[in-house]
Design a protein around this ligand. Structure first.
Ligand code: SF4
Ligand code: MSK
Length: 657
């Protein structure tokens, strides 16, 4: 396609082909009228590189870069002799390393803050959930009885620090892994030491001329991914709960209609809750509220986006403006008076769009600066300095708004904040909190199985569509869906995170939802909160009746519109934990290669899960349900499911008589 042809096709594309999010579509049309470019335009005009998409190239040394992009990938090798399996396994491994590093660095930042709170160095934050602190400490063998919270907290800090720094031995949360799963990991040498060591070793092994056996590379990929799921991410979630409170169901609004024309709109976008928590304090500061009123605003409206938004929505019911692919379009409303970002999934393109609509954009984290964007650094020991300043600048922008304001009148209300602890309470009550009712309903067949549907949005596919269609298919077939991240926001906008959505579920799941008063789709939070799914799955094993290892459970996972390296790492830790995990969009491996066979078949034979791929949501649902049924059969539950249907028929016959 020539450049001219690209321009024509770009003009002719209906934005409704790019997204099912109506608010985003409205803003994309406005962007076109205003001559503003977004990632949707760039994706349309920049074809994905087919060699890179297949992971058929290597640039690990200056003898290359080497491309193995012929019809038969085994007909060529790189200059050093590396074959296609080595090249693909190394590329995949480096995605895992980057994803694991992102989550573990986030988790370590949370742990640093926790240490400073416990030692009294930081008095701006405090321990909000001491009960959770005791539970987490007890889960890894720390004595809690008759001890001061401060002493338990200090022990917990030292123990969890090993998650990152330990040079040998198993990470603390390995104690939470079901024994049969842990046994498999030990057999293949997958139990993580500290994340720093695992990531370092993986980067070393994928350097030119080191590990050149795809199975051996993949073992270290699994170990590094597990250091994220059961390490970095799990610590991030648990420490955030201890410091800021464990989520429980809360009603929250989602979509661009949460912006308010007559208020100062402040958006926080990124991943770490400490910035957002401080911003929450700033927007409620009487002096700043007074300042906003003096500027003619009715108040200050705090809105979240992406994962820090999902986390704050789950914890405090803060309204959410949209997922990853809506972060540029929301700026086209002209109503955003400041956007503060920290780390991860912050597109550089935001800077230009913000500039076009006169929205001040601020980076706040020393790890993430953007050319041409004002940096107001956030320091945990003086958190309000940064967030107050951002609010002051937002008030000034409100007073001097020049951009025309156009806020899509679209928002959806849902229930969020289903932590592992709340699911326990919801099902079993406060005195007998338990996962037994969930297991029983899986055993009796009302619930066919459980699916985790998570991850990003990606302009290579129609935004939100794959998520929504997949989840609808799953719940229709009695599969309970757990969600995190940008996927949760897609389904919230579609209205599936409210109890009334139970009517879209199959008869069995609907019955359970109506009895408990829960939606068929449970929102758990941000992408680090995928660790909540691991903890829930482990509890299902421990509760009994569904096998001995995570791989025995009738569960499956999906990231239908993934885009980030973090998503690949999450996928790999779910697979290594025993979960069949299906990705959409594209998969960075050539089908039919030995490495492909290892990920898509071989790992399952070793007692783990396996990968699956399809861009089609209906096929994805079929694959996940087929897997769930396979696991039910292995557990002897296919008969139980038939029994339920028979007894219902019997009942109908009785009714008719
Ligand atoms: Fe080519 Fe080997 Fe260098 Fe990779 S490591 S760029 S395959 S020579
Ligand atoms: S923010 S990693 S786009 S879920 Fe976590 Fe969303 Fe994916 Fe970023």
């Amino acid at each position: 396609m020539s450049k001219e042809e690209v321009k024509v096709s770009k003009k002719e594309t209906d934005v409704k082909d790019w997204t099912i999010c109506e608010a985003t579509a409205q803003m994309l049309n406005r962007a076109r009228l205003d001559g503003v470019e977004t990632a949707f335009d760039r994706a349309a005009s920049m074809k994905a590189c087919p060699i890179g998409a297949d992971s058929a190239c290597c640039k690990h040394c200056a003898m290359g870069p080497c491309r193995l992009n012929s019809k038969d990938p085994y007909s060529k090798v790189g200059v050093c002799g590396a074959d296609i399996d080595t090249i693909q396994a190394r590329n995949f491994a480096r995605m895992v390393a980057a994803g694991s590093a992102s989550h573990t660095d986030h988790g370590m930042a949370m742990l640093d803050l926790f240490r400073d709170v416990v030692t009294g160095k930081n008095t701006d934050y405090s321990i909000k959930d001491p009960l959770k602190l005791e539970d987490v400490a007890a889960s890894i063998g720390i004595e809690t009885k008759d001890r001061e919270i401060k002493d338990i907290a200090m022990d917990l800090y030292h123990e969890l620090e090993r998650t990152y720094t330990q040079v040998d031995g198993e990470i603390p949360f390995a104690k939470r892994v079901p024994p049969a799963t842990l046994e498999t990991w030990r057999k293949y040498g997958l139990v993580p030491r500290g994340a720093m060591r695992e990531i370092m070793e993986l980067m070393h092994r994928t350097h030119m001329g080191v590990d050149q056996q795809h199975e051996n590379i993949t073992r270290q990929s699994s170990r590094t991914a597990l250091a994220d799921g059961w390490g970095g991410s799990m610590v991030a979630t648990e420490i955030s709960d201890i410091l800021f409170g464990t989520p429980s169901p809360v009603v929250a609004e989602v979509d661009m209609g949460v912006l308010k024309e007559d208020e100062v709109n402040v958006i926080v976008h990124g991943h770490e809750p400490n910035l957002f928590e401080s911003m929450l304090a700033s927007v409620n500061d009487p002096t700043l509220l007074e300042g906003a009123k003096k500027a003619g605003a009715k108040g200050i409206n705090l809105v979240g986006m992406c994962c820090s938004g999902a986390e704050m929505m789950s914890r405090h019911g803060i309204p959410h403006g949209g997922n990853f692919m809506s972060t540029e379009p929301i700026l086209c409303t002209g109503a955003v008076d400041a956007m503060a970002v920290d780390v991860q999934c912050i597109q550089q393109g935001l800077a230009k769009v913000a500039d076009c609509y006169g929205t001040p954009l601020f980076t706040t984290n020393p790890r993430c600066r953007i050319e041409g964007v004002t940096h107001i650094e956030f320091h945990e020991h003086e958190p309000r300095e940064s967030t107050d300043e951002i609010v002051i600048r937002a008030i000034t922008r409100f007073k001097n708004r020049t951009a025309r304001v156009e806020i899509p009148k679209l928002k959806s209300t849902g229930v969020h904040g289903f932590s592992f602890e709340y699911i326990n309470y919801m099902l079993g009550g406060s005195f007998r909190g338990s996962y037994k009712p969930l297991n029983d309903n899986i055993i009796n067949g009302r619930i066919r199985g459980v699916a985790g549907v998570v991850g990003c949005t990606n302009p290579r596919v129609k935004q939100d569509w794959v998520h929504v269609e997949l989840v609808k298919e799953l719940i229709k077939n009695d599969v309970l869906v757990l969600q995190t991240g940008c996927s949760q926001i897609a389904l919230a906008k579609a209205g599936l995170l409210r109890p009334e959505a139970a009517h879209l579920a199959g008869k069995g799941l609907a019955e359970v939802c109506e009895t408990v008063g829960m939606p068929p789709v449970l929102g758990l939070g941000s992408c680090v909160d995928n660790s909540r799914i691991l903890i829930a799955a482990s509890e299902m094993v421990r509760t009994g009746g569904l096998g001995n290892s995570l791989a025995d459970l009738p569960v499956a996972g999906a990231a239908p519109e993934w885009m980030s390296e973090k998503a690949i790492c999450i996928g790999q830790y779910f697979v290594a934990s025993g979960v069949f995990t299906v990705f959409g969009v594209t998969f960075p491996i050539i089908e039919g290669t030995k490495f492909h066979k290892l990920l898509f078949e071989g790992l399952e034979k070793q007692g783990m899960g396996k990968w699956g791929f399809t861009p089609d949501p209906y096929e994805m649902a079929r694959m996940m349900i087929e897997h769930i049924d396979k696991k039910r059969k292995a557990l002897g539950l296919d008969k139980a499911r038939e029994r339920v249907l028979m007894s219902m028929e019997d009942r109908q016959k009785l009714d008719a008589a």
